[in-house]
Design a protein around this ligand. Structure first.
Ligand code: HPA
Length: 273
């Protein structure tokens, strides 16, 4: 892994003219966010040594460098998931790459199913905490001591000052914003009504198939994480509705303009060096 990482970093450093400060990963139907990057260099995942390739509809598969709100950013347009068959280490490799390039923040957006009955389709939810129900942890195996400790503390995985900035910016732009706990599941099958009831009972407000593994690795590397989920469907165990990937993509595409505005405002306010 360390050798692969060195090769990937050497490849990318040769292509970049500035050190990125912010890393961003966008999810299903949310690629539009990164179209706002100015002065960009875009590199398809398949050209980058050791990079995993996204196989899912709604995910583009480019690494983009440039500026948003005047801040140097590196963005993954589309992510890879465990359900595509990648290992937890492969799925989180891009986070290690971002950390290796000198990024301090990891910003993530994803699609999620709402479990909190007060949520509506199209709502945005700031992730305040997570539950890892993916059945794996990306830090198993020998610890990469160069990055972080064997047993990283997860008591403040989503720092409160970043959550506060996100809330303030949403309120100031007159946007309705939710906050809550994200539970990460493996997928790709969606949840049964009994699973949905269970996830709600254990304290989750939204369920999705991403974010959690990347957050764990980001915390291990010392990155500061802020995640916002788009509630693309609401799952109520006593009256479950059918959900299709088309519905998920449609809802996240609809939200992506508003979410891009919010990200831009947040990025402008992130504390500097
Ligand atoms: N469950 C899991 N992942 C999801 C959902 C869902 O209902 N909606 C969007 N991603």
């Amino acid at each position: 892994m360390e050798d692969n990482l060195s090769e990937t970093l050497a490849f990318l450093r040769a292509r970049l003219n500035a050190k990125p400060e912010i890393g961003m990963i966008t999810g299903t139907g949310l690629g539009a966010l990164t179209e706002r990057i100015t002065g960009e260099v875009r590199i398809p995942f398949e050209e980058i040594p050791h990079f995993p390739r996204s196989t899912v509809e709604g995910h583009k598969g480019n690494l983009a460098f440039g500026n948003i709100a005047g801040r140097p950013i590196i963005a993954m347009e589309g992510r890879v998931h465990l359900y595509e068959g990648y290992s937890p280490q492969e799925v989180t490799f891009p986070v290690r790459v971002m950390a290796g390039l000198g990024v301090r923040y990891l910003l993530m957006s994803s699609a999620a199913g709402g479990l909190n009955p007060q949520f509506d389709r199209g709502d945005l939810m700031i992730v305040t905490d997570h539950i890892n129900l993916k059945g794996s942890n990306p830090l198993t195996g020998p610890n990469l001591d160069r990055f972080g400790p064997r047993f990283p503390d997860m008591s403040q995985a989503y720092p409160k000052d970043l959550i506060r900035i996100a809330k303030e910016e949403a309120v100031q732009s007159g946007m309705m914003i939710r906050q809550g706990v994200y539970v990460g599941v493996l997928g790709p099958s969606l949840e049964t009504p009994a699973e949905t009831r269970f996830l709600r009972m254990i304290g989750a407000d939204a369920v999705g198939m991403s974010t959690v593994s990347q957050t764990i690795v980001a915390v291990h590397c010392g990155l500061r994480v802020l995640a916002i989920a788009v509630i693309t469907n609401v799952n109520l165990p006593d009256c479950m509705e059918r959900t299709s990937v088309e519905d998920v993509i449609e809802a996240s595409r609809k939200a992506s303009g508003v979410l891009s505005d919010l990200w831009e405002r947040i990025i402008a306010r992130l504390p500097g060096q």
